[in-house]
Design a protein around this ligand. Structure first.
Ligand SMILES: [Zn+2]
Length: 220
């Protein structure tokens, strides 16, 4: 399925609002949606795709009165909440059980393929792809969240929170996801690099280089 141009899943609004309420209080959320001209979303939460421009506007308004740390935290938390929604409503229990039962070096790309298939729901007109080159990563071309922004730092914590939560629940509880390149800070695209906990790093090194891995772990 392809996305309609300029539209994105409603969680980009709903979960960002919930995250802002958690950090700034309900009054802070009211103020944000009011100043962004989107108060209707609070009385009637969206149930279908929403315009990307509404999401951009909400983030831009929040940038005007929230501290940098608070804004980044809200974005990350919104991503994590979106992942929790996906886990509760979009990935069937049997599919989660299968992923959880697999060796993590198989589960990681398998979940990546599933995310790629449904990426349009959270990237809108941005284009998701699994990263090429070293390490496990995802990339988003023409990312909606930092579109038009210029920043010294990466700006797309929302996706860090979403990817990290999905993989923490289904693949590796110790995974960390960091945006190592961002369009806003001069990158060709937004790139989200995964760092695994020790468990999966061992499994990966054994799978990719069994002789070398054994040599490094003579007691195993
Ligand atoms: Zn970015």
């Amino acid at each position: 399925m392809t996305h309609a141009a300029g539209l994105i899943g409603p969680n980009a609004i709903i979960q960002f609002g919930e995250a802002v309420a958690a950090l700034e209080g309900v009054a802070g959320r009211e103020r944000l949606f009011d100043e962004a001209g989107q108060k209707a979303y609070l009385s009637h939460p969206p149930t279908a795709l929403v315009p990307e421009t509404d999401v951009l506007r909400l983030h831009a308004e929040f940038r005007r009165f929230a501290t940098d740390n608070r804004r980044r935290s809200a974005s990350w938390l919104a991503g994590r909440r979106t992942a929790d929604y996906i886990l509760a409503h979009r990935i069937p229990g049997f599919a989660q059980a299968i992923i959880l039962s697999l060796p993590r070096f198989i589960a990681a790309p398998l979940l990546g393929a599933a995310i790629a298939k449904h990426a349009w729901t959270f990237t809108g007109s941005g284009r998701f792809q699994r990263g090429r080159g070293q390490g496990f990563s995802f990339e988003i071309q023409d990312c909606v969240l930092c579109r038009g922004l210029t920043s010294e730092r990466a700006e797309c914590e929302y996706y860090c929170g979403a990817f990290e939560r999905l993989y923490a629940v289904l693949v590796d509880p110790d995974v960390k996801v960091v945006e190592t390149a961002c369009k806003a800070s001069g990158g060709a695209c937004c790139r989200f690099a995964f760092t695994w906990g020790e468990g999966i790093r061992r499994a990966l090194s054994r799978a990719l280089d069994p002789v070398g891995a054994r040599a490094q772990q003579p007691n195993r």
